[in-house]
Design a protein around this ligand. Structure first.
Ligand code: C2E
Ligand code: CA
Ligand code: CA
Length: 256
């Protein structure tokens, strides 16, 4: 992982030179073993395997360039999806990550809806994953942003639910469509009673509230089986596939 500090000029240049690219990680419906969705994960193409996305996101955020980075990424996602259109199943869950600081910004809803308009509407379920590293402020702007997106058919999921700032209270404060179970819980689900209980509790909560639920970081068949037994059938993780570039995704969808 890179340890070089990134300044706003490096970041701006990376955006302008098209070096920030979307990679895609499949989500699998384990009941049918078919592709359920894709999560967009940003990479720096110059060094995709080595630059930590978490550090990069932090640097974009600190330099006030996160909305530009997301827009840049989504323009490429729209082009990639249109390019792969015939290989993708109808109703694909297509999610991208948004940090809480972005949600309250005036352009957020407009930018997301512009992205939606660049895709064939009937083909995708667009999902915004709200990341957990900062608190989500319970303000009219944030509440209103979620409602506007939902009215337009975009779903809102809480990422890494139960970790960092992503807490139970959010389910009362905001209109959300689903939650993602973080890999920290999935990692120990077969070995730590507390992890099993937390995941079971979140699965029960999602069921009671009619929320979607997706588990990430699934690495073993045992983890996958236990998650399915707990009712979490949509799963994402290295057991199924790592994140991949557009050309790798093409091969994944249409192996020769
Ligand atoms: P996340 O949204 O929780 O994404 C899941 C992370 O877990 C990804 O790391 C993915 O590559 C990794 N992962 C997936 N399956 C497995 C597995 O089975 N085992 C293990 N050990 N790891 C797995 P990645 O790509 O490094 O992204 C890290 C975080 O950076 C993301 O966590 C997300 O919070 C943030 N991020 C990535 N792209 C964006 C973006 O475009 N915008 C924003 N705001 N945040 C982003
Ligand atoms: Ca995510
Ligand atoms: Ca996570």
């Amino acid at each position: 992982m890179t340890t070089t500090p990134l300044n706003s000029i490096d970041l701006y240049c990376a955006l302008m030179m098209g070096e920030i690219v979307p990679w895609y990680q499949p989500m699998i419906d384990t009941q049918t073993q078919t592709l359920y969705g894709l999560e967009v994960l940003m990479r720096w193409s110059l060094d995709a395997e080595n630059v930590s996305p978490v550090a990069l996101i932090g640097a974009f955020e600190e330099n006030g360039l996160l909305p530009e980075m997301t827009q840049h990424l989504l323009r490429q996602v729209a082009a990639d999806m249109n390019d792969l259109d015939t290989l993708l199943p109808a109703g694909l869950h297509l999610s991208f990550n948004v940090s809480p600081s972005q949600v309250a910004k005036p352009g957020f809803v407009f930018d997301t809806l512009s992205f939606l308009a660049a895709l064939p509407l009937e083909k995708y379920r667009l999902v915004v994953e709200i990341t957990e590293e900062q608190p989500l402020r319970n303000t009219p702007e944030v509440v209103g942003a979620f409602l506007k997106l939902q009215l337009a058919g975009v779903e809102v999921y809480l990422d890494d639910f139960g970790t960092g700032c992503s807490n139970l209270e959010y389910l009362e404060q905001f209109s959300v469509d689903g939650v993602k179970v973080d890999q920290r819980f999935v990692k120990h689900i077969c070995t730590k009673k507390s992890s099993t209980s937390i995941v079971a509790m979140v699965a029960g909560l999602a069921k009671a509230q009619h929320l979607g639920i997706i588990a990430e970081g699934v690495e073993t068949v045992r983890q996958s089986q236990l998650l399915s037994d707990l009712g979490i059938v949509i799963q994402q993780g290295h057991l199924f596939s790592c994140a991949m570039s557009q050309s790798q995704l093409r091969n994944y969808l249409s192996p020769e």
